[in-house]
Ligand binder design. Structure first.
Ligand SMILES: *Cc1c(COP(=O)(O)O)cnc(C)c1O
Length: 300
């Protein structure tokens, strides 16, 4: 049997790299030696192994990764109960990646990008084409509201988690040129971890009220969660996703919104298909498109 395609999933991360150049079994003894391949995988077209030892065999380009992920988003959507709704937006999460990597994704026709750090967003948005739709998905410090408000092609602020930040961002937006209200999601701390940013589940309706009633520069467009890291597949449906859907239902009830047009941003590299199955409208995928990131402060 010839192995022409190998799905490589690093044990510790969530990125998938597809190696195409493994043409014969001659690599298998090595893989076995390092305990990278188990006998039951040999008949499968794909198997999991540690990608570091396979680097250089031939990895897919970023554009090819993007194509693969887009296809999986489409497939997950058409197979879901929500196939009649709009296809979920795929946000290419490009934090820590160089402008040239983003350009490659842009050249492949992609327009939705997500950034976590203000300094990177300021530089990248200035260097890259103005028809990119930027999603800010990081923690927004109050002293950075003005910088964020000045990004001309900021499309969606996904991480509004506090009344204070909402009001501050609202004020910062008053002086910008673009007069359309900024599409805004409430970040909900569905896993109730102390180290996670976002609004507590029980405070979500109140935060929504502040955005709706006091922030005329913001347009409440939905809710977002990061969720607990490292949940495994035995926790299905993912309790964070279930909790976020409940928050959406509550807000929509309270303010008379149509849930179909109220966004739920959930799902990342490791679980975006599951999130779509549950009705995610916005998936944020980084490492599966751009490759693993170096160690940097993780955004919470
Ligand atoms: C980094 C990040 C992602 C993407 O994570 P991957 O696992 O690399 O796909 C999504 N959402 C947020 C808020 C992030 O900070």
């Amino acid at each position: 049997m010839l192995i022409s395609k190998v799905n490589v999933r690093p044990a510790s991360g969530s990125s998938t790299i597809v190696v195409t150049a493994l043409r014969s079994f001659k690599h298998l003894p090595t893989l076995k030696k390092y305990n990278l391949i188990k006998p039951e995988h040999i008949h499968a077209h794909s198997f999991h192994c540690n990608h570091r030892l396979l680097r250089g065999v031939g990895t897919m380009s970023i554009a090819e990764n993007l194509q693969g992920i887009s296809d999986r988003v489409k497939t997950a959507h058409v197979n879901s109960k929500f196939a009649d709704n709009a296809e979920p937006t795929l946000v290419a999460v490009s934090k820590t990646k160089p402008v040239s990597d983003l350009q490659e994704v842009y050249d492949a026709g992609h327009r939705h990008f997500g950034e976590n750090y203000m300094d990177e967003l300021v530089i990248k948005s200035a260097e890259l084409p103005s028809d990119i739709k930027w999603h800010f998905i990081g923690h927004l410090q109050s002293n950075k509201c003005k910088d964020l408000a000045e990004i001309p092609n900021l499309y969606l602020w996904e991480t509004c988690g506090k009344e204070k930040t909402a009001r501050k961002m609202n004020r910062a937006l008053e002086s910008r040129d673009n007069k359309d209200p900024l599409l805004t999601l409430l970040q909900i701390n569905t896993s109730e971890e102390d180290n996670k940013n976002g609004c507590a589940v029980e405070d979500a309706v109140q935060l929504a009220r502040v955005v709706i009633e006091e922030c005329d520069q913001l347009k409440l467009a939905g809710v977002m969660t990061i969720g607990k890291f490292g949940r495994d597949e035995s926790e299905r449906p993912n309790p964070d996703f279930v909790a976020l859907l409940e928050v959406r239902a509550r807000i929509c009830d309270e303010f008379g919104f149509d849930p179909v047009s109220f966004q739920v941003s959930m799902g990342m590299s490791g679980d975006f298909e599951h999130a779509i199955e549950l009705g995610s409208t916005n998936v944020r995928v980084g490492s599966s498109i751009f490759g693993a990131r170096g160690k940097k402060p993780s955004a919470t």
